[in-house]
Design a protein around this ligand. Structure first.
Ligand SMILES: C[S@@+](CC[C@H](N)C(=O)[O-])C[C@H]1O[C@@H](n2cnc3c(N)ncnc32)[C@H](O)[C@@H]1O
Length: 212
């Protein structure tokens, strides 16, 4: 990649623009793409409030509306677990990257089916029901929404570093690596309520890979 500034960065599944705004603050040319028009409205509002220039556009992570070899860096956060076809998505990401471009994907094992983690989530729900009814309602609606489709999302219960690493290698990326984001996790835990910390024990990781 050509130095540390002025990169063409694409944030896929930008949501409210979390990563897009961070890269824009670092003086990169950033595009944020999302399948939800409501999220894009929120992202635009957030960019305006911070006086940052980011180009936001509507599109699907698995069929991106960009030419081949358009970006130096492709980033995403908490997107992989939502995708019906992560392989197709990664092929698309490789297509729009310039040679030597990089993918940085942040995610976490949110719905780990291991018994210990299911017990943690159960305890977390019980505490939330007692202490924060509104949040409990939100989680219930979230669960009901995903229930009929989660079996069609290959990474829903399995967003683990080794799985994402294998996917990136399988799609032809080089220098693939993953790292747990312990410092970020510790920082977030300062602000996350106890039930969240119980349900999600050290899930955050970053997966990286380069296009040849
Ligand atoms: C869990 S949110 C994460 C948002 C943001 N990246 C963040 O870190 O806050 C996932 C986002 O991915 C978007 N998304 C889900 N499937 C998508 C797809 N196929 N193409 C583009 N965006 C998608 C959703 O609309 C949502 O905004």
């Amino acid at each position: 990649m050509n130095g540390n500034r002025g990169l063409n960065v694409l944030d896929v599944g930008t949501g409210p623009g979390f990563l897009a705004l961070i890269f824009a603050e670092m003086d990169h040319q950033v595009t944020g793409v999302d399948i939800s028009k409501c999220m894009l409205d929120k992202a635009k509002e957030n960019a305006r409030a911070r006086d940052l220039e980011v180009s936001f556009c509507h599109g699907d992570a698995e069929a991106l509306p960009f030419d081949d070899e358009s970006f130096d860096l492709l980033v995403n956060r908490y997107l992989l677990w939502t995708l019906p076809d992560p392989q197709m998505a990664i092929d698309e990401w490789v297509r729009v990257l310039k040679p030597n471009g990089m993918i940085l994907a942040i995610d976490g094992a949110w719905f780990d089916p291991a018994l210990a983690m299911r017990l943690r989530r159960g305890l977390s729900k019980a505490i939330t029901l007692i202490t924060d009814r509104r949040r409990h309602l939100f989680y219930s609606v979230f669960g009901q929404y995903y229930k009929p489709i989660r079996s069609e999302l290959p990474l829903y219960g399995d967003t683990k570093p080794h799985r994402v690493r294998a996917l990136l290698e399988d799609r032809g990326l080089s220098n693939v690596s993953t790292v747990y984001l312990k410092e970020v996790q510790e920082f977030q835990n300062l602000h996350n309520p106890l039930p969240y910390r119980i349900a999600h024990k050290d899930p955050l990781f970053l997966a990286m890979g380069e296009k040849y």
